[in-house]
Design a protein around this ligand. Structure first.
Ligand code: FES
Length: 242
């Protein structure tokens, strides 16, 4: 297509046209035109009607409202008060949403009531005769409860603590001398020791031959530490573990 202006291109073969000046584009336009096709044989006049002005009419028909009556004529054009209000409100809402989200997340992570109930185990001490063991399950692990006799207490206290691999006096391991409460897990590799067995009258771990005394202290074998004492308390006549 030639870069020749539309008006001059048309003027050579233009037969008939309706012209008007568009204020929107500031130029002369044609609403319709009849012109001669140049390649036809001489005398062959083909009349065509083309409409060039569709866009021009569309531009004319777009009425832009006058908003000048709403323009601010004086004062602070930046409207800072409104901006600060919007920023502040958005910040407060965002902080509140974040707080609720974090609270919900932490609430979901917390242990439920039934899990918390299982975290503690109550044992009726009257059900354990003197000189007997009871093994219970707490948080999936065995707990040994021994109702010790006076002789066993005496025996536990007669041990020279300095000679022990893991020096602990018996009084450091019990809240009441007659009640010994400890985890039933060997401190070597985690086997469950056997009660009333071994060379020291306490517990014996058959996995690798660790001997624990009547206070649960390691006396012989590969275990490095005494049997662990769990959290527990007395709520007579109950013993509460956990
Ligand atoms: S696990 Fe108890 S002695 Fe090895």
């Amino acid at each position: 297509m030639s870069a020749k202006p539309l008006a001059s291109r048309l003027s050579s073969s233009l037969v008939n046209a309706t012209r008007f000046t568009s204020p929107a584009i500031g130029a002369e336009c044609f609403k319709s035109a009849t012109y001669v096709l140049p390649r036809k044989a001489p005398g062959a006049v083909i009349a065509q009607q083309r409409f060039f002005s569709t866009g021009s009419l569309a531009l004319e028909s777009t009425k832009i409202p006058d908003f000048s009556a709403y323009r601010k004529l004086s004062g602070d054009f930046t409207n800072r008060t409104f901006t600060y209000f919007m920023v502040g409100t958005t910040g407060v809402l965002t902080a509140a949403s974040a707080k609720i989200t974090v609270q919900d997340f932490l609430a979901n992570m917390a242990a439920s009531a039934d899990v918390l109930a299982l975290a503690k185990v109550e044992v009726d001490m009257n059900a354990i005769p003197e000189g007997k063991n009871l093994v219970i399950k707490w948080r999936g692990k065995p707990v040994f409860i021994r109702h010790r006799t006076a002789d066993e207490i005496q025996e536990a206290n007669n041990v020279d603590v300095t000679s022990l691999r893991h020096p602990e006096s018996d009084s450091d391991r019990v809240k009441r001398p007659e009640w010994l409460v400890m985890m039933g897990i060997c401190t070597h590799l985690g086997c469950v020791p056997i009660g009333e067995a071994g060379d020291f009258g306490g517990w014996y771990c058959p996995c690798h031959g660790s001997h624990y005394d009547i206070s649960g202290r390691i006396r012989q074998g590969p275990a490095p530490l005494n049997l662990e004492i769990p959290e527990y308390d007395f709520n007579d006549p109950k013993l509460v573990i956990g």
